[in-house]
Write a protein that binds this ligand. Structure first.
Ligand SMILES: Nc1ncnc2c1ncn2[C@@H]1O[C@H](COP(=O)(O)OP(=O)(O)OP(=O)(O)O)[C@@H](O)[C@H]1O
Length: 374
């Protein structure tokens, strides 16, 4: 568990940010430019000393009113927007720089890092010959080799072009699956957050507006995320079956089983589905004659206006309405025509095409290091 409270005045900027986050998985610090995300990360790293603040990481107090652990005694790995590698050193020398100064046990070694990030083939290259995405993977590897208890990532993809981002995202998903240490990930890109984060800390003007599981926050009517132009639900499920004849996988999610195009790997794996509200329509009955593969029972929780003539309907999957949160964007006309109301049972029809999220296994072999690192 990470328990953080940072208060202070930086010029005209007032910071009063308080949150707790789980001691594992990826927590995204998300919010508009200038809301204080980097400032919070710097405070966590001990680079910024704010007297009226406290921080504890997995039960250890790093600072409070009486004590302040300096940066060099905080077991953190820090990945910045732009990888600041030593230009005169090879990739290997960059990676292992600082390894000799590690005092605690070595939990992750060079081979595991190379395997996880796919950088073994780059080891002997000078860093000036790396692409942007490769540089960032080396920077992440260097941070991991410092044996951190907490990994801080400040917009690690924002300096990369679309192609390099797409190249590096599967590696981040893979790290997510393999690492047991918590990651605090600063981003102002909701697509990145939807793909990677488990927990969301939503910041606004130096404050934490709300913090909690990503899936719940995306569907919370009190928060701005559901009111974005293209809201989506994110649902983690377990692969429970494959239909090789039709090239489909079955994913069990809370409240139902979703059919997803493609081979999502062996059963038992966790896969994340991103379902845009605009790809969900509603009906009172299961469709008899349709090309849509997924028609799942769901209960209406509520409805939010989305522009003049559209409604974002909040749903919970399952006949009892206790499953995963789902959003549907429907026209005001169909909402009125069906006379739908909160509490009612409906059938949510998902366009299959919206369900496929590139699975890391489709791009990369499973990391051999994963089992050892967990
Ligand atoms: N040492 C400082 N002195 C004065 N103002 C500061 C200091 N550090 C940060 N600020 C101000 O605090 C505010 C928050 O900055 P911060 O970089 O944390 O925002 P951010 O959410 O990370 O933004 P972005 O997404 O654009 O990187 C900004 O207005 C910034 O100018």
């Amino acid at each position: 568990m990470i328990e953080a409270e940072f208060r202070g005045q930086l010029g005209s900027f007032a910071l009063a940010a308080e949150f707790t986050a789980p001691g594992e998985g990826i927590t995204a610090l998300f919010g508009p430019s200038g809301c204080g995300k980097t400032t919070v990360l710097r405070a966590i790293a001990g680079l910024l000393r704010l007297p009226a603040s406290r921080l504890s990481v997995n039960g250890e107090t790093w600072q409070d009113g009486r004590q302040f652990r300096p940066t060099h005694r905080r077991a953190i790995g820090y990945v910045f927007q732009e990888a600041s590698l030593f230009p005169h050193l090879s990739v290997r020398a960059n990676l292992t720089f600082g390894l000799s100064r590690v005092k605690g046990p070595i939990r992750i070694g060079e081979d595991e890092v190379a395997d996880l990030l796919g950088i073994a083939a780059l080891f002997d290259r000078p860093t000036r010959m790396l692409s942007g995405g490769e540089r960032q993977r080396v920077a992440i590897g260097r941070a991991l080799l410092s044996q951190p208890e907490l990994l801080l990532m400040d917009e690690p993809l924002s300096a990369l072009d679309r192609f390099s981002k797409d190249e590096i995202l599967p590696y981040l998903e893979r790290l997510h699956a393999a690492l047991s240490i918590p990651v605090l990930y600063v981003s102002h890109d909701i697509a990145e957050v939807e793909r990677l984060a488990d927990t969301l800390v939503l910041m606004e003007a130096g404050r934490v507006r709300a913090a909690g599981p990503l899936a719940e926050m995306l569907a919370d009517p009190e928060l701005p995320l559901i009111h974005m132009p293209q809201p989506a639900a994110v649902i983690d499920g377990e692969v429970v079956g494959r239909d090789t004849k039709y090239g489909l996988s079955e994913v069990r999610v809370p409240g139902g089983v979703v059919v997803v195009p493609g081979d999502l790997g062996p059963t038992g794996r966790t896969r994340r589905l991103r379902i845009p509200a605009s790809d969900v329509s509603l009906g009172r009955h299961a469709p008899l004659d349709t090309t849509i593969l997924n028609a799942l029972p769901a209960r209406i929780e509520g409805a939010e206006p989305a522009g003049d003539h559209q409604i974002t309907v909040r749903l919970r999957l399952g006949p009892d309405g206790r499953g995963a949160a789902l959003l549907a964007r429907v026209s005001l006309k169909s909402w009125d025509r069906l006379a739908l109301k909160p509490g009612e049972l409906v059938v949510a029809r998902l366009k299959a095409v919206a369900l496929a999220e590139p699975a890391p296994s489709a791009v990369l072999a499973p990391p051999a290091a994963a089992a050892r690192l967990r």
